[in-house]
Design a protein around this ligand. Structure first.
Ligand code: PEP
Ligand code: MN
Length: 336
């Protein structure tokens, strides 16, 4: 980190800044030019509160030369993190597909979809019991009953399950859930992230609708700094001016996240596009970009779905897509 000092400054102001920086585990290397003085800070600068330092009278500007996240940073953990759940691995050379309905609706629905996606090669079953809906009048999910039905499908098919948590008050209901999903709308619910950091359960963290990749990695850092290193990142599209798709799939996020972080990256082409026929080409593109997995919405009767039916694949469509995904993943030397 580099602190640029104002040209005119008093000794008191310099002393005040120096004192402030003493509390951090950093070395200060001053460089005095004819016009400008800069201080280079060397050491663990992740703890430094940049806005606090910026507010000091003597500070003209501050430039970061390293990332503000540490646990999620590939610099300190060069090998890919492989998250393992019930003998299924995601990350490194391991590529996995997570599939299932947007929301759990009935026992028949979730079990039928679970069996179908398993047959087609999905290794994880997804389904929401707590649904973050834009309208309070829309279907909100079956809550505890939904998790019960999902666990039933887990038992019958043996597929590990992924489901979204929206409130810490519900954490006890997630005791037997294999991967806890933090949805886009909760990516910066810091209290939720901190608490999940104390859990050992893998967390599927989705990127917020309008969050930068650095903010995304800082949210992963919240979970990891609490001791939970089992974080899977999920790119699910971001808000742009484009209206032909529900969101815009930011595919550059995949190689960028994998460059800056060691965490596995999964792509959700269903929420990214909102259009079923775009799922296949964007899945192919995601694999080519280096994704470690995909999350795809599948419903046994999309027309009657209580949530996101318009973007869901039928089991037959999913089966077709899986054939192409499998070939592409194998071509990219991934193990399914
Ligand atoms: C979901 O996965 O069902 C979901 C609500 O996704 P997102 O948080 O990405 O909108
Ligand atoms: Mn959905």
């Amino acid at each position: 980190m580099i602190i640029i000092l104002k040209d005119k400054h008093s000794k008191e102001q310099i002393d005040e800044l120096y004192q402030e920086l003493q509390q951090y585990d950093v070395d200060i290397k001053p460089i005095e030019g004819t016009q400008t003085t800069i201080w280079g800070l060397i050491g663990d600068v992740t703890q430094i509160d940049v806005s606090r330092i910026h507010s000091k009278e003597v500070v003209y500007d501050i430039k970061r030369v390293s990332e503000p996240y540490k646990a999620a940073n590939r610099k300190f953990h060069p090998d890919d993190t492989i998250v393992e759940v019930m003998n299924e691995k995601i990350g490194g050379e391991h590529f996995k597909v997570i599939a299932g309905p947007c929301s759990i609706e009935t026992e028949e629905q979730v079990i039928e979809v679970a069996k179908a996606v398993k047959k087609s090669g999905a290794k994880f079953l997804r389904g929401g019991a707590f649904k973050p809906r834009t309208s309070p009048y829309a279907f909100q999910g079956l809550h505890a009953e939904g998790i019960k039905l999902l666990l039933k499908a887990q038992k019958i098919t043996g597929l590990p399950i992924v489901t979204e948590i929206m409130s810490l008050a519900h954490l006890d209901l997630f005791a037997d859930v294999d991967i806890i999903q933090v949805g886009a709308r909760n990516m910066q619910n810091f209290e939720l992230l901190k608490e999940l950091g104390h859990s050992k359960k893998p967390i599927l963290l989705k990127r917020g609708l309008a969050n930068t990749l650095e903010e995304f990695l800082m949210s992963a850092e919240y979970i990891m700094s609490g001791g939970n290193e089992n974080v899977i990142l999920c790119e699910r599209g971001i808000r742009t001016f484009e209206t032909m798709t529900r969101n815009t799939l930011d595919l550059s996020a995949v190689p960028l996240l994998k460059h800056y972080s060691h965490l596995p990256v999964v792509v959700d082409p269903s929420h990214a596009t909102g259009i079923p026929w775009l799922v296949e080409p964007l899945s192919q593109a995601a694999i080519a970009a280096g994704a470690d997995g995909l999350m795809i919405e599948v419903h046994n009767n999309p027309k009657k779905a209580l949530c996101d039916g318009a973007q869901s694949l039928t089991p037959t469509q999913f089966d077709e897509v899986m054939k192409k995904i499998t070939a592409q993943a194998q071509f990219c030397n991934k193990t399914l």
